[in-house]
Design a protein around this ligand. Sequence first.
Ligand SMILES: O=C(Nc1ccc(C(=O)N2CC(c3nccs3)C2)s1)[C@@H]1CCCN1
Length: 146
Amino acid sequence: MSTINSESITTSTRTPVVIIKPILYGNTAKHLGTKRDTDGHTHKWSVYVRSYNNDDISTYVSKVQFRLHETYPNHARMISQAPFEVEESGWGEFETQITIFFADPNEKPVIFYHHLKLFSTDPDVVAGTKALVNENYDELIFQEPS
Ligand SMILES: O=C(Nc1ccc(C(=O)N2CC(c3nccs3)C2)s1)[C@@H]1CCCN1
């Protein structure tokens, strides 16, 4: 923006402000201890998106869609309030698609792909004394409107 007055012309240049929000997305899993008779499920698991710093991501995330394997009822799960996670059970591993929608209508949704992991060679996970955690670090980057 330039301003003109009798003495001079000044031009202000504003450096775009970039806001970076570190996040974690992924899953935890724990063996049920047995193969459930009713449905053959062996694990309970949770797939989630959360702030890396444990702050409230609801200030900038409006909803998150977790697309599970199509054999799950209502497999495209939309979560519209924190915590942004889906808790389920099953017997195997598969690809999930995680779409993050933002409170700012001008910000396009972002999509992450996550392999839901249930199995581990970690003796404590195998013993069921420790949950498996399979998560990824990433960053949501916002440009302040110029
Ligand atoms: O396992 C795998 N795919 C899976 C897809 C769905 C799975 C599962 O666990 N499900 C619980 C069951 C339900 N049916 C109804 C309500 S929930 C669906 S496993 C692949 C195959 C080879 C390696 N990985």
